[in-house]
Design a protein around this ligand. Structure first.
Ligand code: AMP
Length: 188
């Protein structure tokens, strides 16, 4: 499964519940990148400025990380990717990668939230969590990059009959219930 949504849509929050419900690991490329930055690894040093500017990490680097992670034992009976794919290149990479292993996606959850609400949530998160890419300029840039590069991916998955759109407004618990029901109905 995949979970998609604009910055602030609640991917990180809801991916945990979705992964638990289906007993699969939740894999966030953003979390992997942040851990590398925190630990000042070679990768972390290379991508820090990009992420802080709200730009995407290159496809090659991101795809290699995802391929390694999907090869781990805990992904053998399924996985939930949070924040990947984000470009059409990554979509094609994932399609090819999975079909080579005779695997495929079952559902692509898209959390839908109004733009004003997204900005308000990110500014709130900036105060609470102190993520360095949650400042006003970077937020604006991340929204633009999402709209230009990632939102079009939803059409690809819609055409494949995989898209499960979920209204992402309401309490965390309300969204969680709505999402789990929609995914169960889709998979049935
Ligand atoms: P996230 O935690 O999903 O919001 O990701 C935080 C940041 O990590 C993004 O703004 C990008 O800079 C980078 N990132 C995460 N996933 C990807 C991806 N699939 N492709 C490129 N960059 C990514």
């Amino acid at each position: 499964m995949l979970i998609m949504g604009a910055p602030g849509a609640g991917k990180g929050t809801q991916s945990t519940a979705l992964a638990e419900a289906y007993s699969v690991p939740a894999i966030s490329t953003g979390d992997i990148f942040r851990a590398n930055i925190r630990n000042a690894t070679e990768l972390g040093v290379k991508i820090k400025a990009l992420i802080e500017a709200g730009e995407y990490v290159s496809d090659d680097v991101t795809e290699a990380i995802v391929a390694d992670r999907l090869a781990e034992e805990d992904c053998s009976s399924g996985f939930l990717l949070d924040g990947f794919p984000r470009t059409m290149h990554q979509v094609h990479f994932l399609d090819r990668h999975l079909s080579r292993q005779r695997r495929g996606l079952n559902a692509v959850v898209s959390l839908v939230v109004e733009p004003d609400e997204l900005v308000a949530r990110l500014l709130d998160r900036a105060q609470k969590e102190g993520r360095t890419d949650d400042n006003e300029d970077t937020i604006r840039r991340r929204m633009e990059v999402y709209a230009g590069q990632t939102a079009p991916l939803l059409f690809h998955y819609e055409r494949q009959g995989l898209l499960v759109e979920v209204e992402g407004t309401g309490t965390v618990e309300e969204v969680r219930q709505r999402m789990l029901e929609a995914v169960a109905a889709h998979k049935a």
